[in-house]
Design a protein around this ligand. Structure first.
Ligand SMILES: [Zn+2]
Length: 734
């Protein structure tokens, strides 16, 4: 239930207009070069000739369910496909702009929703593949293509004639006789244009283009630097004694990883979050824990070519300048305008309401852990690199619960069946394995998803394992978005990505409880994407929902993971099939508030840091000389204890500098008001699958996407406003 680091991949800029254009411009994994030359002109004949030669992007896909033909897509197909798709988009946009007919809902607003179909197809595939199976060729292409996509989007949003048409429809809105969804589409499309700068004068629009292009490059560089910094760290253990405390599966993975790098007689540990947390929790060797901890915290801020500090300064400055150009005080005010929280002050006040009890609890936790150190006959004071390790000891002491005892009951395939069970019970949604369909990596599994009336909902694909070519973390994204504009009922292809360590040969994939929650979490996003029943891509599931609402459907699902009724389905011993003993279940449940002081503190610290970076005016941003000093001052002002590190320090805070979460990291906790309140409503009925409540949840949340304002949707589901008490209760902070 905690504010997890899981992210949701999508891009707000393009999605606002085209519905599904994926992660390329906002999300930013890629570009490096400051290429400011104009977009290359129409694809010339040579390119076109090469392009059509067996390029799957130039054909209709006759694959099952229209899944991309991954087996046939090669790296060199993307560029010509992008070139041609961009030409098509330009032609579609020109047709809208130069239409001699007066602007109408159909020929302007709806036409904009329909534009860019080919571009969506290639960029949906490209952005997913560059996140899961990148290589030098694809990285280079990202560097090239992301600024081009940013410029293409700007060319639409900042086009005077198109905006004049959008504006004309908007001004006649009341007389158009549109239904609720169409009306909302007009309002949001108009707002999207205004927020991108369409109403600015010529000079303002030109400056917006420059800023957007540069921001796209900067966030791409940030992401690429971070990936290299993370992969660049290797802790090689040569002496078996130094493995003391580590679980067997971690040791097996480290051995395999060492062998894959040609290290014969050792174990290799990297800095992916799973390995990092596992090592910090279990490794008895204090010195090695310190090395991991320092390595993790140094990323992106240790000088050299992959240092992210200059990028951060420039990003903060440019975001602030863009916000002021649009008439907002700063970037945070701009971002929050369209979220549930509405203003940065509201978000901050909310965070501080939880921050204070979190700090108090963290203090108590520290004292309890220090007592363990003393009782073991040591005299050192606990430091940052000790926290996870002693928190685990404290957990075992207080709850007699240890991870290695639990793990055999959490085999990945079983856990996913548990998530499927919940979807079936709540919503009547079922998952059926698909074989023989194209996949982008041999580890990927695919499922056909069916609704309660037997209707086809979409395809669900899972990619569970870490590899060097994959970015870190866990996320949901789509290969195709839903759309039903003219009765064509296009259903989505949704993916969940995890970064689990590959088990040693022949071993099962066993999860920690935290990883179990992650499976349920991402599955919740997937359901939000799969069940969506809206006409326009602009509103579809996760893509159109405000950032501080979109974590509600995902975090809501996490609550089910610890319910005895659900555990009885999925928590079965991988070897014997025995259901997890009731005694262990009780321990898991009573331990659920364990270490919440620490978790709350590290998360809120990062959320406050994010807001402070984005509350800077351009003048203030320009005055920041040292990124790390700025961060330290912000944290000191809030009274963050030094021993608890911010969940992400600025130089590796990819959510806000390379992802779409700027001024939005608070969103997980904000959404938690909703999921805690919503799940508590189910509990109060005495039935966690209460049919009436489930029906309202389905209709107003999982199917509704962003077809109405988030606060309206929530009230319709819940029948009342949410309150904060269930959140404090569940975290054990009240
Ligand atoms: Zn999420």
């Amino acid at each position: 239930m905690t504010g997890k680091l899981r992210s949701l991949l999508y891009l707000t800029l393009a999605v606002a207009l085209l519905g599904a254009l994926p992660a390329c411009s906002e999300r930013a994994e890629s570009p490096a070069a400051a290429d400011v030359t104009p977009v290359s002109g129409p694809a010339d004949d040579t390119v076109a000739a090469v392009a059509t030669d067996g390029n799957p992007f130039f054909e209709e896909w006759d694959t099952p369910y229209g899944i991309p033909p991954f087996d046939r897509i090669r790296d060199e197909h993307y560029k010509p496909a992008f070139d041609r798709a961009i030409e098509e988009l330009r032609a579609e946009i020109a047709a809208i702009r130069d239409d001699p007919e007066p602007p109408t809902f159909e020929n302007t607003i709806e036409a904009l929703q329909l534009a860019g179909g080919s571009l969506n197809r290639v960029s949906d595939t490209f952005s997913n593949i560059t996140n899961t199976d990148t290589n030098d060729v694809l990285k280079e292409l990202e560097v090239e293509i992301n600024p081009i996509l940013t410029r293409e989007m700007d060319a639409i949003y900042l086009d005077e004639k198109i905006f004049a048409r959008v504006n004309a429809v908007y001004e006649q809105l009341d007389g158009l006789g549109l239904d609720e969804q169409a009306r909302r589409l007009v309002e949001l499309t108009h707002l999207d244009f205004v927020r991108q700068g369409a109403a600015l004068d010529t000079a303002g629009r030109e400056r917006m283009k420059e800023i957007n292009a540069r921001l796209s490059e900067l966030s791409t560089v940030f992401g690429q630097n971070l990936l290299e910094e993370t992969n660049g760290f290797e802790l090689v253990v040569k002496d078996e004694k130094d493995l003391a405390g580590l679980p067997d599966n971690m040791i097996g993975s480290a051995k395999a990883k060492a062998e894959s790098k040609g290290i014969e007689d050792g174990w290799l540990f990297g800095l992916d979050r799973g390995t990092f947390e596992g090592f910090m929790t279990f490794a008895a060797n204090r010195e090695l824990r310190k090395q991991m901890y320092e390595g993790y915290r140094a990323r992106g801020g240790q000088g050299g070519a992959r240092d992210n500090r200059d990028e951060i300064s420039e990003i903060a400055l440019l975001r602030s300048e863009a916000a002021q150009l649009l008439g907002y005080e700063n970037h945070a005010a701009y971002q929050l305008e369209t979220r549930m929280a509405k203003t940065p002050a509201t978000a901050q006040d909310f965070l501080l309401e939880v921050w204070k009890p979190g700090l108090k609890r963290a203090d108590e936790e520290l004292a309890e852990m220090q007592a363990i150190v003393q009782s073991e006959g040591h005299d050192f004071l606990i430091e940052g690199h000790d926290w996870w390790y002693y928190a685990e000891k404290l957990r075992q002491q207080k709850y007699a619960l240890n991870e290695t005892e639990l793990k055999p009951y959490f085999e990945l395939g079983n856990v996913r069946q548990g998530a499927f069970y919940v979807a079936k019970r709540l919503f009547g949604v079922t998952f059926e394995p698909l074989t023989g369909v194209p996949v982008w990596n041999p580890v990927v599994k695919a499922y056909k998803v069916t609704g309660s009336e037997g209707e086809f909902l979409g395809v669900y694909m899972t990619d569970d394992y870490a590899r060097d070519s994959k970015r870190g973390g866990a996320w949901m994204s789509t290969y195709r978005s839903t759309s039903n504009i003219r009765g064509d009922n296009i259903r989505p292809i949704v993916t969940n990505n995890l970064n689990l360590a590959v088990p040693a040969d022949g071993e099962p994939t066993l999860l920690s409880y935290d990883q179990v929650e992650t499976v349920f979490h991402e599955f919740g996003h997937a359901l939000h994407g799969l069940m969506t029943q809206v006409r326009y891509p602009r509103f579809s599931g996760t893509a159109g929902s405000p950032r501080d609402f979109v974590e509600f459907p995902s975090q809501f699902m996490e609550h089910y993971a610890t319910e005895p009724e659900v555990l009885a389905i999925y928590a079965r011993h991988f070897g014997t099939g025995e259901v997890i003993p009731q005694e262990l279940v009780s321990k898991v449940r009573s331990a659920s508030t364990h270490n919440q002081g620490f978790k709350t503190t590290e998360y809120i610290a990062a959320s406050l840091l994010d807001l402070k970076w984005h509350e800077l005016t351009p003048k203030q941003a320009a005055a920041v000389e040292d990124v790390v000093k700025f961060e330290d001052e912000v944290m000191a002002a809030y009274g963050k204890p030094a021993i608890i590190e911010t969940r992400y320090r600025s130089p590796y805070f990819a959510h806000i500098f390379a992802g779409g979460y700027s001024a939005g990291y608070y969103a997980y906790l904000w959404s938690e008001i909703l999921d805690a309140d919503g799940f508590t409503a189910f509990k109060k009925t005495g039935d966690i699958f209460d049919p009436e409540l489930a029906q309202r949840l389905k209709k107003n949340v999982y199917e509704a996407g962003a077809s109405q304002d988030a606060d309206v949707l929530y009230r319709q589901f819940r029948g009342q406003e949410p309150t904060i008490e269930p959140l404090l209760q569940i975290r054990g902070l009240n």
